[in-house]
Design a protein around this ligand. Sequence first.
Ligand SMILES: NC(=O)C1=CN([C@@H]2O[C@H](COP(=O)(O)OP(=O)(O)OC[C@H]3O[C@@H](n4cnc5c(N)ncnc54)[C@H](O)[C@@H]3O)[C@@H](O)[C@H]2O)[C@@H](O)CC1
Ligand SMILES: [K+]
Length: 526
Amino acid sequence: MRAYSAAQVRRAEEPLLAAGAPLMQEAAGALARAVREEIRAGTPERGTSAAGSRPTAPVTRGRVAGARVCVLVGSGNNGGDGLFAAAFLAGRGVACDVVLVGTHPHAGGLAAARRAGVGIHLAGDDDGVSVAVRLALRSHVVVDAITGIGARGPLRGPAAGLVTALGDAVDAAPAPPVVVAVDVPSGIGVDDGAVPGPVLVADRTVTMGAAKPGLLLPPAAGAAGRVEVVELGLDALAAEPPDAVRLTGADVADLWPVPTADDHKYTRGVLGVVAGSGAYPGAAVLTTSGAVRCGVGMVRYLGSTPVTAAVQARHPEVVAGRGRVQAWVLGPGIDPADGARAEDVERTFEDALRAGVPMVLDAGALPLLPDGLPAHAVLTPHAGELARLLTDAGDDASRADVEGAPVAALRRAVEITGATVLLKGATTLVAGPGTPVYAQADATPWLATAGAGDVLAGVLGALLAGRSGDVVERPALAAELAAAAALVHGRAARAASAGGPIAALDVADAVPGTLRDLLTGEMMDG
Ligand SMILES: NC(=O)C1=CN([C@@H]2O[C@H](COP(=O)(O)OP(=O)(O)OC[C@H]3O[C@@H](n4cnc5c(N)ncnc54)[C@H](O)[C@@H]3O)[C@@H](O)[C@H]2O)[C@@H](O)CC1
Ligand SMILES: [K+]
């Protein structure tokens, strides 16, 4: 999924609007269809008696007549989409109420809604907000059409009051309405994924023309629910670089190296690993497991004798000692204060730099980095490590700062280091110099477990080894491959978990099945 900034979308709309294309009608039609789908799929007996009103009549599965929909309408074209959709729905027998949140609703849309018999209400003051909350809670679907790509900053005035009150009421409702956002959940940072103020969390977002970055990027993406793009024929976007990207399973199948009959272990890629120490021997096992399970040609391991023994006990196919490699993983389970291991990392890093091969720099390698890295070096910090990296470079950043504005922190780290950076989290973010931000939300919260990051380093290392030549030729590919590795790692975790707890090795062990399903097209997205 490719996401474009508000400015890019406006530029792409311009020629169509100038030619008189009925974009708002198309947008509103698609929105009304999505609402009807939600009504048909929705549980009957929606509605509430919380505010003393009668519960809505049950809706028979498959029928929309008799359902209730409440549309929150702002003053711009986003509200216009909502008003025309309300008119369409009323024409299908849906009982529609519109709550006007701004003072100047779209005139054509308002007239159409009135003609269709839609009830019009105002949420200009506290009384209006109370009425609106009651209307919303007795509805099967609430449509959030307050602001779209024209929003500036956090929601203000009555919009802020209504969204705050309604959010609290929805959270407390025993049978809350389904929330459908128009274009974006109103109040999010459309371009940067910020959540600067109140936002009504949506179950589904119907976005117009193209996805917007805020629908993919945390924290705002968490408020968007399922994202559906309505094609409006914005052909000009095809020629533009997207701002944010989310890879799908099919993308990963295209990126993953698949051996042919002519391949042998050296052409398939050899990965070198410097990981694990006396204090953290398991990191070596987990990193090499992640790589071996990806079907890399060979793994060479560099470490102390006892840790090498632990690695080979689990994976006898791992070869100990130096030799020619196509990519490196440096740092998992390495204590930068441990002189011998730190020296291993530094020396290998220098060799890798001279040889020009891609590398993953994780955990203990991060504090040892010099300035000025190539884009084919991929750093894999979590929020705390990224904060430290920025602070060491002279920026004052805490873990909370990184978590509050992860995209900005990521971009800054790319700018400072010159490297590609993968920021681990519930949504993993990746960017390199000049690339879009990749945002992958493929995992399960069960993946937040010790050692999971070591497995990711191994998976990414294997992928970089397999596509080493391509990455060196086109360093921007490193970011795409890092996003692909995050997807495989996240999906493997989901497969291993199936709703229950997992250990890091389970994730590595689930990688072959996950890759098989991705490569044969048997794993669906979502
Ligand atoms: N350009 C077009 O013809 C199309 C636009 N479409 C829709 O139009 C939207 C863009 O429309 P607009 O440019 O009119 O902008 P919006 O409708 O997104 O927002 C503008 C309105 O919101 C108010 N507003 C802005 N920031 C606010 C804040 N922080 N708190 C409270 N109110 C705030 C403004 O005062 C203004 O009334 C898109 O998101 C999409 O939904 C679609 O109909 C497709 C075609
Ligand atoms: K909206």
